[in-house]
Write a protein that binds this ligand. Structure first.
Ligand code: BES
Ligand code: MN
Ligand code: ZN
Length: 501
């Protein structure tokens, strides 16, 4: 989607006029540029009872060459950025390209800059489809891209232009994350993810991507990733992302780690077949990392950032790992496998341990880690665990600002005790029972966050946060910004977190 800003001049093929509750007539500037006849029709329609301005209320007025939509957004005083963003998203979802592809939005009286930007952002985020494997002989697909001109009073234009350009740039990362998530597992397997990352880095002077293949994983003793991935003919790999590698040298910078199971059958602890198709999304943590780097790059972020994605396909086979196995990990700690279906934490054990070697200011991992997290929070929020209150608060706040809720969950010593109670290894990959499954998983991950010494020689764990995105990576039908499929969740949260420090 091309996004521009301008004065109240051009009318577009489609003109959107967002209006507040209680609207009695077409706001000033609504009809600028329309013919006299069209203006009269539009004004007449707007003064009728059909236009209420309540959320969801929409009034369509056809005129020659331009279809005008009044879109209700509710009370002006209580309109939130979420309300505005969702209204924009829902509005875009209703438009048909049969009317043309040039959209003009007219923000008339009463709009403040941040709500205008949020409304436009909703339209931008919602403008996404994954139709590359469908023959395009119908509907919206073959009619070209939307273009969007956001019109407002001149005093708003500069700020609005900056805001919508930023939203559009970040959205390229969100949409990339959705593309990766939506790819089926026969087409996107660990090394294909690595290949796409390398391809993405080509020609970008301030990014570096490095892929550690199966052989390299063996050399580095990344046995957590190897154990999970070895049952598949699509071998595992680790992908390292570096943005602005030459900036802030010697300084601590963030490291973001992703779970990247391109398909999770459960392995030998195989899953039931119903719903298993959704396990193609089990690499969404890694998709978010990749999308985040695109978003940071596209917005011109000049700081240094590291990313690590732990890629594997979890398959049952003669070469697969088994329940009861004791595996080595990159950390040197051993893991007793209770379920091969608790594979995400095994691959993350290596990714997290590695991340500490990059001297990070903080580590954030993202993982579609547990069904238990979906039981706890549904599709409305990701679970957020952290060993650092200030980091946790910042992620929670960034999530709220972007309407990607990250809900604080407890890291309790009892859970850590449970996960370190294996009779045969240092750590066990499943809890003793099913209760608190999302918390025991987080407690497991914490075992792989390294300590470091401060200036006084005191050791403490590196600040770390874990986001369980099992419920938010796909399937949230209340999310107005997504039609279906992968959501691209937390690209925007982490972009805000990283760029606002
Ligand atoms: N990828 C799944 C978690 C998942 C399940 C995400 C459903 C989204 C929807 C993960 O690898 C898994 O299988 N976890 C197990 C852990 C258990 C064996 C300790 C689970 O949640 O059942
Ligand atoms: Mn699993
Ligand atoms: Zn999984």
């Amino acid at each position: 989607m091309q996004v521009t800003t301008g004065k109240f001049e051009a009318t577009g093929d489609i003109m959107i006029v967002p209006v507040f509750a209680g609207v009695e007539k077409a706001p000033n500037n609504t009809t600028v540029g329309l013919s006299r006849g069209a203006s009269i029709a539009v004004k007449a329609a707007a003064s009728g009872d059909a236009l209420t301005g309540k959320p969801g209320n929409m009034l369509e007025v056809w005129t020659k060459g331009c279809t005008v939509f009044f879109v209700g957004v509710g009370d002006k005083e209580t309109l939130t950025h979420k309300g505005a963003r969702d209204a924009g998203a829902k509005c875009l979802a209703k438009l048909s390209k049969d009317l043309g592809t040039n959209i003009v939005i007219r923000f008339t009286s009463g709009w403040n800059s941040s709500n205008m930007a949020a409304f436009a952002e909703g339209m931008i985020l919602r403008d996404y489809a994954f139709d590359k494997y469908q023959q395009k002989d119908d509907d919206n697909a073959n009619k070209g891209e939307w273009s969007l001109e956001c019109q407002a009073h001149e005093r708003h234009l500069e700020g609005l232009a900056a805001a919508v350009q930023k939203s559009a740039s970040i959205a390229t990362g969100v949409h990339l994350a959705r593309d990766l998530a939506n790819e089926p597992a026969n087409r996107l397997y660990p090394e294909e993810f690595g290949r796409r990352a390398l391809e993405w880095a080509e020609g970008k002077s301030n990014v570096e991507v490095e892929v550690w293949d199966y052989e390299r994983l063996h050399k580095e003793n990344m046995q957590g990733v190897i154990a999970v991935g070895k049952g598949s003919i699509r071998k595992p790999c680790m992908v390292f992302f570096r943005l602005n590698p030459d900036a802030q040298t010697g300084e601590r910078v963030p490291c973001i780690v992703g779970k990247g199971i391109t398909f999770d059958t459960g392995g030998i602890s195989i899953k039931p077949s119903a719903g298993m198709w959704d396990m193609k999304y089990d690499m969404h943590g890694s998709a978010t990392v990749f999308g985040l780097f695109q978003a940071l790059w596209a917005t011109g972020y000049s700081g240094r950032v590291n990313g690590i994605t732990c890629m594997a396909e979890n398959m049952p086979s003669a070469e697969a790992y088994r329940p009861g196995d004791v595996i080595d990990t990159y950390s040197g700690k051993t893991i007793e496998i209770f379920s091969t279906d608790a594979e995400g934490r095994n691959v993350l054990s290596d990714g997290l341990w590695k991340s500490a070697e990059l001297n990070p200011s903080y580590i954030v991992d993202l993982a579609t880690l547990t069904g238990a997290c979906v039981v706890a929070l549904g599709h409305e929020a990701s679970g957020l665990w952290s060993n650092d209150k200030s980091l946790s608060d910042k992620i929670h706040e960034a999530g709220n600002a972007e309407d990607e809720i990250a809900w604080p969950m407890p890291l309790m010593p009892a859970f850590e005790k449970e996960m370190t109670s294996s009779k045969f290894a240092d750590v066990r990959n499943g809890g003793k029972g099913r209760w608190g499954g999302a918390c025991t998983a987080a407690a497991f991950l914490k075992q792989f966050v390294q300590d470091r010494e401060d200036e006084n020689g005191e050791k403490s764990q590196i600040p770390w946060a874990h986001l369980d995105i099992a419920g938010t990576a796909w399937g949230a039908d209340t999310n107005a910004c997504v039609a279906h499929g992968g959501t691209g969740v937390h690209v925007r949260t982490l972009h805000r977190l990283i760029t606002s420090q």
